[in-house]
Ligand binder design. Structure first.
Ligand code: C2G
Length: 134
């Protein structure tokens, strides 16, 4: 069974998130999504609208997603890959190069982002104030 892993905040779920989750799942048989806790988001300078628990519940309802784990820090990726026997790591190309250190442990693939949508854009368009989110 080919296992794929990806990371993110996945706040205010939108089609850009769905596109990368679908494409990540297409690369294997089992997709693990490691979603940022509220505490880790604070480290990322982000404040998600939905709590970690709600973002986890929403992700678990997506047919492409097989398992959701918490992302607590920047340092856990190697352990996550090893402990879950992951074959492929996937992120949007805004992260290109940033996780190449994982190439010693698994395949690393950066996929094009979906243009024209982001959590920040949603907040700004709604006049909620975007700012820190991509
Ligand atoms: N994404 C995308 N297209 C968009 C918006 C987001 O493909 N229009 C992708 C991002 O590239 C990322 C994933 O969706 O791979 C989740 O995006 P975010 O929730 O913004 O996650 P991020 O803040 O990039 O956190 O350790 C890694 C971090 O947790 C990644």
């Amino acid at each position: 069974m080919k296992k794929v892993i990806t990371y993110g905040t996945f706040d205010l779920l939108h089609v850009g998130h769905i596109n990368i989750l679908r494409r990540a799942k297409e690369l294997g048989d089992y997709l693990i999504v490691v979603v940022s806790t509220d505490e880790f988001n604070a480290l990322k300078g982000k404040k998600a609208y939905y709590s970690y628990e709600d973002r986890k519940t929403i992700l678990e309802a997506i047919k492409y997603v097989d398992e959701v784990l918490p992302e607590n820090n920047w340092e856990q990726k190697i352990d996550d890959v090893k402990n879950n026997n992951v074959d492929t790591f996937v992120m949007g190309h805004d992260w290109t190069g940033k996780f190449d250190f994982l190439k010693d442990y698994c395949e690393v693939i950066y996929l094009p982002r979906t243009e024209g949508i982001s959590t920040t854009k949603i907040k700004e368009d709604l006049g909620i104030g975007g700012g820190e989110e991509k």
